[in-house]
Design a protein around this ligand. Structure first.
Ligand code: FES
Length: 141
């Protein structure tokens, strides 16, 4: 019985992995399964938490020094593409001036991730909007 159950799980995992590979690029899967910059920062200089049109949420914390983003962390309760997008946007933002970070567009995230399916296009938009709102929060202080 246990062996049959294990076989079933292995088969299910293989099916899911095959479907994921058909839908998403290798880079997206890499960023979704091994995201960078996940977490929170103590006493962030900028903070935002945004809910996208799908109902998923992303949060970004920023540490800023001399108008440069020196650290950046995100958390999302969203899908794999939103995790991949949060990872990509925080990697892109780190080291940039806040003005340069404000110029990061969703299409740049899409390019890093080698594209996403049509139904996931709003995920990098959520990541970029959250970054912009965290910068706006910093500027408002
Ligand atoms: Fe909600 Fe991707 S962020 S589906």
């Amino acid at each position: 019985m246990t062996e049959e159950f294990d076989d079933l799980i292995t088969e299910l995992e293989a099916t899911i992995q095959k479907e994921e590979k058909e839908l998403y690029s290798e880079r997206t899967l890499e960023e979704a399964y091994n995201p960078k910059n996940v977490g929170v920062l103590e006493d962030p200089d900028g903070y935002a938490r945004i809910t996208g049109p799908c109902g998923d949420t992303m949060q970004i914390h920023l540490k800023i020094a001399d108008a440069k983003i020196v650290d950046c962390k995100f958390i999302t309760d969203g899908c794999g593409p939103s995790t991949a997008s949060g990872s990509a946007v925080t990697e892109m933002a780190k080291g940039k001036t806040i003005e340069d970070a404000l110029r990061i567009e969703a299409k740049a995230i899409l390019a890093v991730l080698d594209g996403l399916p049509e139904e996931s296009i709003h995920c990098p938009v959520l990541a970029v909007n959250t970054l912009r709102a965290a910068i706006a929060d910093y500027k408002a202080k």
